[in-house]
Design a binder for this molecule. Structure first.
Ligand code: MP5
Length: 221
């Protein structure tokens, strides 16, 4: 089996917990509290903002035939930020002056540190898992959410044919990279695969439970 399939099978328990998360099920069923969804929007807006320098930091390490796709990801992310701002205006959510939650802060630091300090194949693993997690997660929401919901454009964003194509492309490239590296590096890729999956699960948990910092419960502010 190729690398990604192997890792997804190995980490099936974490992946299932993620896809079964109450945040996704309540969003799917249209029962999510508006403030809970708004908190996720505010936190994910910060995450997507940080994903841009993460991708940019991969660029100098990228093989020449990866550069165009990575470069195109940046305007796609800018468009995504625009979607957040547009939905926020429709729903009356204020995206300004938000501090990252503990989990969000840790995840973003992990992204940036990985891009700068790990090999290209290792950092690319993190990129793939984050994107695959969002594709699979929003497919869960798509299975039930009314297409008239104000949150539906997020479903369209991460379950579109274009996004599915991007995730499929990343998977094929990551499988190829895993073939090229030695056993030790493949082992580090597997560790990062798992850590990223754990962060993705933690992000939904943070979104559902609130983004307080340890010792400062009652909000991320
Ligand atoms: C993504 C995201 C998807 N927006 N937020 C988290 C916590 N994980 C993954 O990444 P992108 O860059 O929005 O496609």
């Amino acid at each position: 089996m190729a690398f990604c399939g192997e890792q997804l099978a190995r980490l099936g328990d974490i992946w299932l917990r993620m896809l079964d998360h109450r945040f996704l099920l309540e969003t799917r069923d249209g029962t999510i509290a508006r403030e809970t969804f708004a908190d996720w929007m505010r936190q994910d807006y910060l995450f997507v903002e940080a994903a841009i320098p993460f991708i940019a930091a991969l660029m100098p390490k990228a093989p020449a035939d990866h550069r165009v796709a990575l470069g195109q990801a940046i305007p796609a992310l800018e468009k995504e930020l625009e979607l957040f701002r547009e939905r926020a205006a429709v729903a009356g959510v204020d995206l300004t002056g938000v501090r990252p939650s503990f989990v969000n802060h840790a995840y973003v630091q992990f992204l940036i540190a990985t891009a700068y300090s790990k090999s290209y194949a290792e950092a690319y693993t993190v990129l793939y898992v984050a994107e695959k997690a969002y594709y699979d997660s929003w497919m869960v929401v798509r299975a039930g959410l009314d297409s008239g919901s104000i949150w539906y454009p997020f479903v369209e964003n991460w379950t579109s044919d274009a996004f599915a194509g991007w995730v499929g492309y990343l998977e094929a490239q990551l499988d190829a990279l895993a073939e090229q590296v030695g056993e030790a590096e493949r082992g580090r890729m597997a560790e990062l695969f798992e850590l990223t999956a754990r962060y993705e699960l933690a992000f939904w948990e943070m979104a559902a439970a609130g983004g307080g910092w340890p010792g400062l419960e009652g909000g991320a502010q």
